[in-house]
Structure formats: C-alpha cells, structure tokens
Design a protein around this ligand. Structure first.
Ligand SMILES: CCC/C=C/C(=O)SCCNC(=O)CCNC(=O)[C@H](O)C(C)(C)COP(=O)([O-])OP(=O)([O-])OC[C@H]1O[C@@H](n2cnc3c(N)ncnc32)[C@H](O)[C@@H]1OP(=O)([O-])[O-]
Ligand SMILES: NC(=O)C1=CN([C@@H]2O[C@H](COP(=O)(O)OP(=O)(O)OC[C@H]3O[C@@H](n4cnc5c(N)ncnc54)[C@H](OP(=O)(O)O)[C@@H]3O)[C@@H](O)[C@H]2O)C=CC1
Length: 281
C-alpha cells in the first residue's frame, strides 16, 4: 500500500454499490487506511458477504450495510438518516451504476430509465442528500463519482450510460463552484477497463484483452483504489471539479492518432522501411 496507514483515520465513507467489484475494492482500501465504511446496494446477501469479509480483515473498523435501491429518492433519504443517526458521513462515493450493451434505436423507455434511474438520478439523490446535511451542519465533505471514458468521448451501444455519466461530470463541475464556499469538494474518476465480474459479463462479451491500451494491460483494482483514496483525502484538498482519467492512455489512441494502434506493433524493419519512404531532403 502506497499511503500512510492513517490517511483516512476518523473518516466515515459511504460507497454506493460497495458490495461488489470496484466499490468493494475501494471500500477495502478506505478501511485499510483507517476509515469506517457504509455500503449500500439492492441485495442484502451480497452486502452481508462483503461486510463479513471486511470485518474479518479489519476487525476494529466499523462497517454498516444498507439495503437501498438508489433509484428511490425516499429510500436514499431513509438510508442517509440511518447513517447520520450514528454519525455524519464525511465522504460519498457515487459508484453504483447500471449499464448493458444494446442498440440504442431498440431501447424501450423502461430500459433507458433503468440506466438513468440508477446512474444519474440515484447519484444525484445521494449527492444532494449528503450535501444538504453537510451544509446545514456547517461540515466539510467530499463527493467522488466514478464515471467512464464514455462520459468524455461518448459511448456507442451504451448511450444511456454515457449520458448519465456525462451528467455526473456536469454535476461535479457545477457543484464544485456552488458548494466550494461550504468546504465541499467534488471529484471524479473516469476508469478505463478494470475487470470485474459484472463489467466483463455485461460489457466485454469478447473478453478483456488490453487491445488499444498503450500501457498494454488493464487496470488493477488497487490502482483505482489508491487513486480514490488520494482524491478523497486531505492531500487532494485543493482539487475540486476535476475528473482524473485512469485508462492506460487508451483514449489517446483514437481520433487523429487512430493509426498509432497498428504502429505500436511495428518491428524495427517496418520503422526502417517507413524512414526510407520519407528521406530527408
Ligand atoms: C468495462 C466497461 C466499463 C464498465 C462500465 C459499467 O458501467 S459496469 C456496471 C454495470 N453494473 C450493472 O449494470 C449492475 C446493475 N444492473 C442491473 O441491475 C440490470 O442490468 C439493469 C440495468 C437491466 C437494471 O435491472 P432492473 O431490474 O431495474 O431492470 P429490468 O430487468 O426490470 O429491466 C428494465 C428494462 O430494461 C430492459 N433491459 C434489461 N437488459 C437489457 C438489455 N441487455 N438490452 C436491452 N434492454 C434491456 C428490460 O427489457 C426492461 O425494459 P422493458 O422490457 O420492460 O421495456
Ligand atoms: N469495471 C470497469 O472496468 C469499469 C467500471 N466503471 C464504473 O465503476 C463502477 C463499478 O462498476 P463495477 O464494479 O464494474 O460493476 P458492479 O456491477 O460490480 O457494481 C455495481 C454495483 O452497484 C450496485 N447497484 C446497481 N444498481 C443499484 C441501485 N439501483 N441501487 C443501489 N445499488 C445499485 C450493485 O449492487 P446490486 O445489484 O446488489 O444493487 C453493484 O454492487 C460503476 O460506476 C461503473 O460504471 C467504469 C468504467 C470501467
């Protein structure tokens, strides 16, 4: 682990969707750095299993679980009331999301709503609920939202997700201004591919080889967790409204440098042949 063990000592962190995948990996890292943790999701058994594993590894760190469908604004308010009854949260991580591959012209209204409802509306309910409580109490806070590259460059065949994540980026930038005077920071991460059971099944049916990634590999969960820990910590205290991309350089292979993907595999002979085609005058 790259950080001092007490980096997040005394912090209470709520991770939505913290029972699986990247949310679980981030939660584990926050606990290791001294935080206490609240996780939510729709499946109680999944949350219980994750919490049991956390408690076994970090017996002195408080972990609470909250069965909550964040598409339901009243359920989000009830969850935040329950958390605040113990003590206020200091950090919210908007990690829960819904996504699947589909041709956009075939999406039903309910399919669009299923994605926007969780990824955009649910994150908005959680953010506003935490922000209101922090502002009314005069407390600082941090909101970290997990986006995707498609928030920045579009996402064919995952269009509702791209729309929702772009909305979260707009929220991050807008509230950085509106809530800055209250000592509340909003930051975001746009991850490339960090294999999880869910993302592979839903979004990478062909597998998760690192084709198109200049660094030649997918992301490791501990790398995302370290970045998240830094961004929510006081060491990032002057960073707000910012989105950090962690994609191994993938997005720079598109656009004007689209041909560079093939060049990554050129041999010395191919480079020599190219040099011969463009002699100096
Ligand atoms: C590696 C890359 C980056 C990773 C990024 C990530 O975000 S990873 C994170 C990914 N993690 C997650 O996504 C975790 C959470 N995901 C989920 O809970 C589900 O996948 C969910 C999003 C479908 C929501 O479930 P729910 O129980 O609320 O919904 P429901 O089942 O009742 O269906 C509602 C409507 O959607 C329709 N519909 C459904 N599937 C498809 C499809 N493939 N195609 C078309 N349509 C589909 C369904 O037919 C129905 O419409 P209808 O027929 O009534 O008009
Ligand atoms: N893995 C990757 O390569 C990438 C992931 N991301 C982002 O990272 C985040 C985590 O993804 P990942 O770990 O791969 O996927 P997971 O599917 O494992 O994580 C999604 C989590 O959200 C929870 N969730 C879904 N819908 C709701 C809801 N309505 N209310 C409450 N909780 C809900 C799920 O639990 P439950 O079903 O029990 O509710 C689950 O724990 C997402 O925001 C995703 O978009 C972005 C880019 C790449």
């Amino acid at each position: 682990m790259a950080f001092a063990p007490g980096l997040l000592a005394g912090r209470r962190v709520l991770v939505t969707g913290g029972g699986t995948g990247l949310g679980r990996s981030m939660g584990r890292r926050f606990l290791a750095l001294g935080a206490s943790l609240a996780i939510c999701g729709r499946r109680g058994d999944v949350l219980d299993e994750a919490a049991a594993s956390f408690r076994a590894e970090f017996p002195d760190r408080p972990v609470t679980t909250h069965v909550c469908d964040i598409r339901d604004a009243a359920a989000v308010e009830a969850m935040l009331d329950a958390i605040w009854r113990d003590a206020p949260a200091d950090v919210l991580v908007n990690n829960a999301a819904a996504n699947f591959l589909a041709q956009t012209h075939r999406l039903s209204p309910r399919a669009v709503d299923a994605v926007l409802g969780t990824t955009l509306h649910g994150a908005a309910y959680c953010t506003i609920g935490c922000g209101r409580r922090w502002i009314e109490a005069g407390r600082p806070g941090v909101v970290l939202s997990i986006l995707t590259l498609s928030a920045l460059q579009g996402g064919a065949f995952t269009v509702p997700s791209a729309m929702a994540k772009a909305g979260l980026l707009a929220m991050t930038q807008s509230l950085a201004v509106e809530w800055g005077p209250h000592g509340i920071r909003l930051v975001a991460i746009a991850p490339g591919t960090f294999p999880t059971e869910s993302a592979v099944a839903r979004l990478r049916p062909g597998g998760t080889d690192a084709e198109g990634v200049p660094l030649g590999r997918n992301g490791r969960h501990e790398e995302l967790a370290d970045l998240a820990a830094f961004l929510v910590s006081d060491h990032a205290g002057y960073i707000t409204g910012e989105c950090v991309v962690a994609d191994g350089g993938r997005r720079f292979l598109g656009g004007a440098r689209a041909g560079a993907q093939a060049m990554l595999r050129w041999s010395d002979e191919e480079w020599a042949a190219q040099r011969a085609r463009t002699p100096a005058r």
